[in-house]
Design a protein around this ligand. Structure first.
Ligand SMILES: [Zn+2]
Ligand SMILES: [Zn+2]
Length: 287
């Protein structure tokens, strides 16, 4: 088994392959290089849009994590590197109310030399608007809500699959031209305007990719107390904090399980300050 005693220097000077064509290297590179001393190398030569796009032209086939891992592997192969990175976003409804557009960002790190696969994650409100428009005034109203032009837009015909999809529209002249051309082609089908969700077109997404990279950097810097491998992290939450009134276990968090994916070390860490649950959260006192 690999000896990780010099974990702080494990990635110093190491070249890490990052396959991206949407400018993510400018976000991920500096954060990871500062945290680990590695060198993030941009890898090109593969059209990552083949793995799925946010516009309707190419649907993603695997899960978000599968796609991120596949991208990282392709980059590692292209760069002949045993260490690689990739990022993948998903736009969903928020997990709390289901009403707010939500962005989940993953940044995966694969190190085949040390048998490690770590994932940084971040999530938050997205700028991912989508609207059918009937005239230029409606386009303007949507664009303002969509934080155009700092956030770029996409224009396409609603039902006409054959008509072009105008992506990456970043100024009013381009937007108007794309709208007029689409509208003249699709008098009956209507026109869709939406946020362009590719990283370099969407500063809200860029921020979350940065937060996911920070999360990955923290995991890389957290080493196992037994074998010292990087990536020692919370993998599960234990519920059952006792109710302050009746002492029965509640669904409130009591502790976290920390695990090492390298040696299998696992440990339960009691949550700091977690003593008793508020009776309002108790199924028995407040059913
Ligand atoms: Zn370990
Ligand atoms: Zn109770």
């Amino acid at each position: 088994m690999q000896n990780f005693t010099d974990v702080r220097n494990l990635y110093r000077g190491r070249h890490v392959a990052l396959l991206t064509q949407h400018g993510k290297e400018a976000i991920i590179g500096p954060i990871l290089e500062a945290a680990t001393g590695c060198r993030v190398d941009l890898v090109t030569g593969f059209d990552t849009d083949q793995l799925g796009t946010f516009t309707r032209d190419i649907p993603r086939s695997g899960s978000q994590l599968e796609t991120a891992l596949k991208k990282a592997r392709i980059g590692m192969t292209l760069a002949s590197s045993r260490v690689g990175l990739a990022s993948e976003g998903a736009f969903v409804a928020d997990p709390y109310t289901g009403l707010i557009p939500w962005d989940v960002e993953l940044v995966v790190f694969i190190d085949d030399e040390n048998g490690l696969e770590l994932t940084g994650i971040a999530q938050g409100p997205a700028k991912s608007g989508h609207r059918e428009v009937n005239n230029w005034e409606e386009v303007v109203a949507f664009a303002e809500e969509a934080e155009f032009p700092s956030h770029h837009l996409v224009v396409m015909a609603k039902d006409d699959q054959a008509s072009p999809i105008y992506k990456g529209l970043y100024n009013w002249t381009l937007l108007q031209k794309a709208y007029e051309q689409t509208a003249s082609r699709s008098v009956k089908s209507g026109v869709i305007v939406e946020n362009d969700l590719r990283a370099y077109c969407n500063p809200t997404r860029q921020k979350l990719i940065g937060v996911a990279t920070d999360n990955l950097a923290h995991k890389l810097s957290s080493s196992c107390p037994v074998c010292v491998a990087p990536g020692y992290w919370m993998t599960r939450t234990v519920t059952g904090l006792p109710c302050a009134l009746c002492a029965s276990p509640t669904r409130q968090a009591l502790a976290d399980i920390w695990s090492c994916q390298h040696c299998g070390q696992s440990e339960e860490k009691r949550r700091a300050g977690a003593l008793l649950a508020d009776p309002s959260r108790c199924d028995r006192c407040n059913p």
